[in-house]
Design a protein around this ligand. Sequence first.
Ligand code: AMP
Length: 255
Amino acid sequence: MKIIESVQEMRSICKENKLKLSGFVPTMGALHDGHKSLCVASKANNEITIVSIFLNPTQFNNPKDLEKYPSNLEHDIKILDELEIDYLFLPKYQDIYHDNYNYQIHETALSSIMEGEHRPGHFNGVLTIVLKLCNIIQSTNMYLGEKDYQQALLIREMFSALFVDTIVNICPTIRDEYGLALSSRNALLTPEELNTARILNQNLRSSHSIDEIINQLEKNKLMVEYITDYKNRRFAAVKIGSVRLIDNIEIALMT
Ligand code: AMP
């Protein structure tokens, strides 16, 4: 695997490989099996795969969340090497945001509910970084997780709105054996909090009403930010102590 830090170098490598089928997996690092599944999907369907690790400050509305966000580059590089990823793109903040974030992508509909409502400015940061990375890499395919479904929809719609050719592939959420969606933030939970976190998906999956689910979660010391049905999915955000977790499931899969 080649590690590229320079935006210019990444651009010229991608230009040289323009005629090849390419897959891109954007991440913020602290890689787990969820990220790995996106890499595997890209490897299976493309001639070259590029993964980026960039802890994007503009999408963190809460500075404390950014400060304690887990990171372990050595471990990430080992994982990506084992997966035989072709290129790891590790850009620097000043190169990506040489405009001082004066230019931002702002979506005005879907980004104002759920995550957008509870994390002001979050989706401006997400959409801006994804468009910047996408313009540098210009891959045939991009791989995103169903875990962040609202984000994936916004990115797919942005590409359609702005005539970006890259195809958005949304891959299933990878969960632990108790149904908890894997997340880099899970590493911040104590063993006791981890057990509590597992209650989220178990309840989301049930056919109970949203009010009943909120009651059940709050009884178990989960602080519910929202549970919302949107189109054919049920979305939730909760806090356990200071750790914020999100999940969503297809309504048809409720038991
Ligand atoms: P992040 O590093 O959290 O920005 O995530 C990078 C990509 O991995 C995003 O497209 C996420 O939706 C995806 N992802 C994160 N967790 C999971 C998971 N448990 N299963 C599948 N994809 C995931």
